[in-house]
Design a binder for this molecule. Structure first.
Ligand code: 6GU
Length: 235
């Protein structure tokens, strides 16, 4: 998969070369390119923002650098002939979930456009829609200063679902949210730590009983912490 990121703070993304996603890039599974939006400005101050038409607080990102950057990064179909998916992180977008991550992990080419200030000139979204599928996506109901941190979270969630990125695919199956429930509790040695024993059932060696106990734990935790995830008939 190819991922392009457009940002005025490209160094935010240095962390994505670490660990799992760094390995995926060295292995050629993930082609991640982070670009400075200011590279598509032509004035001496490399200006990316301006005052809003109609007045109001704050600044708006100018359309011209975005248009040129998208022309360069998002106008060609992938090797498989599919148009790119262009994602603008926005607190006004659809909420990102594991289902969104699964969907986006099947694409050939993602382009993330990180906005700052009060937002991006609305015509950029319309123009981007002529090049590919445009998605406005939010991490949740709170406000960040820009799209960078949200983009990093999304790239990590999407990247680890690309085949070959996580070494043991089995470990993807038993995680929180993969089956719509929170994960069961985990324990390792020692069997007693600071007077706290590991639940007896896990030492029994009875795999069917252990699987059933873990399922009960998942349902009970989800009921206590995230009742909203349970279907009506289970709460
Ligand atoms: Cl995607 N962007 C910003 N600026 N704030 C957010 C967000 C995104 N998701 C939650 N808050």
């Amino acid at each position: 998969m190819r991922i392009d990121v457009l940002s005025i703070f490209p160094s935010y993304f240095d962390g994505l070369t670490l660990s799992l996603l760094g390995k995926a890039q060295s292995a050629g599974i993930l082609d991640l390119r982070v670009r400075d939006l200011r590279d598509w400005t032509s004035d001496r101050h490399r200006t990316v923002d301006d005052t809003p038409y109609g007045g109001g607080a704050g600044m708006v990102m100018k359309p011209e650098p975005w248009g040129l950057a998208l022309d360069e990064l998002a106008s060609a179909p992938s090797a498989e002939g599919r148009p790119p998916t262009i994602i603008f992180p926005s607190p006004a977008g659809e909420v990102f979930t594991q289902a969104t991550a699964r969907d986006l992990s099947t694409r050939d080419h993602l382009v993330f456009g990180c906005g700052r200030y009060e937002g991006i000139d609305e015509r950029v979204f319309e123009y981007a829609a002529t090049l590919g599928e445009v998605r406005l996506i939010s991490l949740g109901d709170y406000v960040l200063n820009g799209g960078e941190v949200a983009t990093m979270a999304m790239i990590e969630a999407i990247g680890r679902l690309i085949p070959g990125v996580v070494g043991n695919p089995e470990s993807l199956v038993e995680e929180s949210h993969e089956d719509g429930l929170l994960e069961y509790p985990s324990y390792t040695k020692p069997s007693v730590w600071r007077e706290r024993p590991v639940p007896e059932v896990l030492l029994s060696g009875n795999h069917a009983v252990i699987a059933s106990w873990r399922r009960d734990q998942q349902i009970e935790r989800t009921r206590r912490r995230r009742r909203d995830l349970l279907p009506d008939d289970e709460d």
